[in-house]
Write a new protein. Structure first.
Length: 900
């Protein structure tokens, strides 16, 4: 119920629809409880009906959504399950509660790449982690990513209770990767754990089959079928092997069994077509092929989409029947999953060739040529396609050829910028320097070099470059403006002002210098003068977007967010497709606690530029704020792909990935930075934070020691040392480190480090005094006021806590965190009626926060409204299943109702 630090992040004034009417909420709860009973009796159809009834009464009922998704999975309705779990995820279901079902739904629909992008195993309970690792391994295997699949399966083997399943899968991976000896070893270990396991026996038979040990394979297939007659893969494999051995009479019972028991599976029909074709019965063979195509057409599309064998069968069967359009559909789908499959490419290429679609034939066949360069059939098909269309010449890299043929400043400049874009920072910087040195003082090469110096934290060198440029081009106003930027970065405010003033004197309409001068006014404590400069720009150019953006920033800093929003909305109305006001507006709403509106604006920005890093970052931050962590995970991974080797973006992405617990992706993002520059300090700091979060404390200690040896990062290093000591439960040492950081940088980050260390070391009185002093000096700091109130909660000083939270509620009626904490205080003071008012208001404002649902549910239970309270406690447990207080409240309520 009380999670102060977590609540500080989650309770940011989310504004969502109000509570459903009491009777509808009660009806929804009754439907849900009935559905749960039906589900436990395996009456999935009845459960689904009742769950849909519950959702008609309350569309945001999270327990109903989760159970509905589970029922769809059990019925094999994977597309429906995916949609339902996406809704549950959006509403904030805890990842560990739904991730296995989500990943299974993706796998069964053959969404292998999305599965791997979306579902990692970090931070999950052991059983869930095992399931995700095995599903990831199977998806990687389906994509022929053998080493990655093996890595996932080996991780699964280390999970308690996972060795048997993991070893059987490892055998399959080794086998598919062409490593029969390793496959045998793995399957032997699996059979030691479970001697009669049908999957392991089938795997052992598959290995023998591939090695030509056909009699042994038949024996093992038969052993697998003796234990499980309905083992489809073993039945198909034995029938196929018997046909290969021309033991058709022995195969016939298996073919009949498949036709009777697995009529829905077209693989058996395809084997029947081979059987009849061999006997010369063309009519029966064709009828069997028609059975293949008819059976495939009757299967759910998601079922076929998840099974590449069926797609290949459909392509081959329709091709044999000369039904090219349908064959193309199946083969294209198959190649989307297995793009390296040369055989399917040859069939599809032959179809395109027959239809005189020469370009498509070439595009289909050429990838196969890379893997089978000596295939006579493939070469013949490709040659025919080229003959039909004419010869084509493939271009090579013009930029690299130019760099080798003739060195020049232009080539070196392009090479330098290209290398930096690819993450080769040092090589790119060297190329920029070479470009400038070949023609010193030229603005074309000097400006990029100066900007790079600024990014590297070398403003003095940037000043020197731009001064040299201006000696050569004294009338270059853009260069003089950049000189002002460099001088300001170097701490020379007077020099910066002189540069900007000179630009404005020469060209009063040079708005960039006016805006820079306004920022300098702000830095020197003159916001009114800055405001007049920005308004002056608008007087000359009423549609100047940059001036409106600066005014919005200034007004927000001055405590007038309404004015800031007005300027940004005006900028947005003038330039609907300009990203700048959209991104700024989303960020402003986020800082104001209106996460849903921030998300809405971020989506508008994404519609304008869906694949820009700044758009996706804005979207990810809003998704995190509303609790859509999995969607944020996807957005951040996309930025990492787009950023390529841009260190600034990759560090930003890694920090946010760490924030949401996606440590695997965070490490990958940082690895691209550190590969190019092992000494990149921001990346090193985030890397330490990853070590801390993942429990690799020895590595963190070593890296922190390296930072402590550097004089210019003492505040950051001491703060990280404090975090390390907190995790080691060395609270006195943590307090010392945080105080050292706070002495260097007197800011809220270091303040809250000291606060947490004081609470952890049972010094709540000192923590309260710390926050009271800070609040006196910073009366607008609401976070500090919240922390003060929560320190009083820790002290059980209910009157003082009530006073603090009451004042917070009065000063901002939309503060969900304050309402929630006030409800807890009132409950402790035995005023449940007043507690209910604030608990309900907190849930109106933040319905997705687990602690808010827990507070409301527990208040209702204490009032005797146990059934109604159970609905919110279930939701809280789904959102935060590891919270012991929430679990305790739920268990106590179930016990009271006789349901436990």
């Amino acid at each position: 119920m009380l999670k102060p630090i977590l609540m500080a992040v989650l309770l940011t004034g989310l504004s969502l629809p109000p509570l459903a009417q009491a009777d509808r909420a009660a009806d929804a709860a009754r439907y849900y409880e009935d559905a749960l009973t039906r589900y436990e009796r395996r009456d999935d159809a009845g459960a689904i009906i009742q769950l849909k009834n519950a959702l008609k009464e309350d569309a945001r009922m999270l327990p109903a959504l989760v159970l509905l998704g589970q029922a769809h999975v059990r019925r094999g309705e994977f597309a429906a399950a995916e949609r339902v779990f996406a809704d549950a995820e959006r509403l904030g279901a805890a990842r560990g509660q739904i991730v296995t079902y989500q990943a299974q739904a993706y796998f069964e629909q053959a969404k292998y790449k999305p599965l791997l992008e979306k579902f990692g195993a970090d931070g999950l309970p052991p059983a869930t982690r095992l399931n995700i690792l095995l599903l990831r391994a199977q998806a990687q295997l389906a994509l022929s990513q053998f080493e990655a699949a093996m890595g996932s399966a080996q991780q699964a083997e280390q999970v308690p209770g996972g060795a048997g399943r993991a070893l059987a899968l490892q055998a399959r991976i080794h086998f598919n990767a062409g490593r029969p000896q390793e496959a045998r070893a793995s399957v032997a270990r699996a059979l030691q754990l479970a001697p009669n396991d049908a999957d392991a026996l089938n795997m052992q038979a598959s290995i023998a089959h591939a090695e030509g040990k056909l009699e042994q394979a038949l024996q093992d297939y038969s052993r697998a079928l003796a234990g499980r007659p309905g083992h489809l893969d073993a039945r198909l494999a034995r029938a196929g092997l018997l046909l290969d051995l021309k033991r058709d009479a022995e195969a016939k019972p298996d073919l009949d069994y498949l036709q009777k028991q697995f009529a829905f599976d077209p693989r058996g029909a395809y084997l029947r077509a081979l059987y009849h074709g061999r006997r010369g019965d063309e009519a029966q063979a064709r009828a069997a092929l028609v059975d293949v195509t008819r059976t495939l057409s009757q299967l759910p599309s998601e079922f076929v989409a998840g099974r590449d064998q069926l797609q290949l069968l459909g392509g081959l069967a329709h091709y044999a029947l000369s039904e090219y359009e349908r064959a193309k559909g199946y083969l294209t789908q198959y190649l989307n999953m297995r793009p390296r499959e040369a055989g399917a490419r040859k069939v599809l290429g032959a179809i395109y060739l027959a239809e005189k679609e020469y370009e498509r034939a070439i595009a289909t066949l050429e990838p196969a040529l890379r893997t089978q360069p000596d295939d006579a059939r493939l070469l013949s098909l490709l040659g025919s396609a080229h003959m039909g269309k004419g010869n084509h010449v493939k271009a090579s890299s013009l930029f690299q050829d130019a760099a080798q043929a003739k060195d020049s400043p232009e080539v070196q400049l392009g090479l330098g910028l290209s290398l930096i874009g690819r993450g080769q920072q040092d090589a790119g910087f060297a190329a920029l320097q070479r470009a400038y040195q070949q023609n010193p003082g030229q603005a074309q090469t000097g400006a990029p070099l100066a900007i790079t110096h600024l990014k590297r934290g070398e403003p003095a060198k940037a000043v020197a470059v731009m001064e040299a440029v201006l000696r050569r081009e004294p009338d270059n106003l853009s260069a003089r403006n950049l000189l002002g930027v460099a001088k300001l970065a170097a701490g020379d405010r007077a020099g910066a002002r002189a540069a900007y003033t000179a630009v404005i004197k020469a060209a009063p309409a040079f708005h960039a210098a006016q805006l820079n001068l306004g920022r300098l006014d702000e830095a020197e404590g003159q916001p009114p003068r800055a405001r007049q400069r920005y308004l002056g720009v608008l007087k000359g150019d009423p549609k100047h977007l940059g001036a409106m953006m600066e005014l919005a920033r200034l007004e927000e800093a001055s405590g007038r967010p309404g004015e800031a929003i007005r300027w940004l909305e005006k900028a947005r109305s003038l330039q609907a497709r300009d990203l700048r006001p959209l991104l700024a507006l989303s960020g402003l709403y986020l800082r104001q606690g209106n996460a849903q509106q921030a998300l809405n604006i971020a989506k508008d920005a994404q519609a304008v530029a869906p694949d820009q890093a700044n758009t996706l970052m804005t979207l990810a931050l809003a998704q995190i704020a509303v609790g859509n962590v999995e969607l944020a995970r996807t957005s951040l991974r996309r930025i990492s792909q787009l950023a390529v080797f841009d260190p600034a973006w990759l560090v930003r992405v890694a920090a946010q990935q760490l924030r949401i617990g996606d440590t695997e992706s965070a490490r990958y993002s940082l690895s691209k930075v550190l590969l190019a520059d092992p000494r990149h300090r921001p990346a090193q700091i985030v890397q330490i934070r990853i070590d801390l979060q993942t429990g690799q404390l020895a590595d963190a200690e070593k890296r922190i020691a390296e930072l402590l040896a550097q004089a210019d990062v003492q505040a950051e290093a001491q703060g990280l040392l404090g975090e390390l000591r907190m995790r080691q439960q060395r609270y006195a040492d943590a307090l010392q480190a945080f105080r050292a950081a706070h002495a260097i940088h007197d800011n809220t980050d270091s303040l809250f480090g000291v606060y947490r260390a004081l609470l952890a070391s049972n010094q709540a009185n000192e923590a309260a005094r710390l926050m009271a002093d800070w609040s006196t000096r910073h009366p607008r700091d609401r976070l500090a006021r919240h922390a003060l109130g929560e320190a009083y909660l820790a002290l059980k000083d209910w009157p003082r806590a009530r006073s603090v939270f009451g004042e917070l509620v009065r000063s901002d009626t939309e503060d969900a965190r304050a309402h929630n904490n006030l409800a807890n205080v009132l409950l402790q003071q035995r005023d449940p009626a007043a507690a209910l008012v604030h608990a309900e208001r907190a849930r109106v404002l933040a319905p997705e926060v687990p602690q808010v649902n827990d507070t409301l549910g527990w208040v209702l239970v204490q009032q005797g409204q146990t059934e109604k309270g159970l609905r919110y406690l279930r939701e809280a447990a789904l959102r935060a299943p590891d919270d012991p207080e929430i679990r305790s409240h739920l268990n106590a309520t179930l016990l009271r109702l006789g349901k436990r």
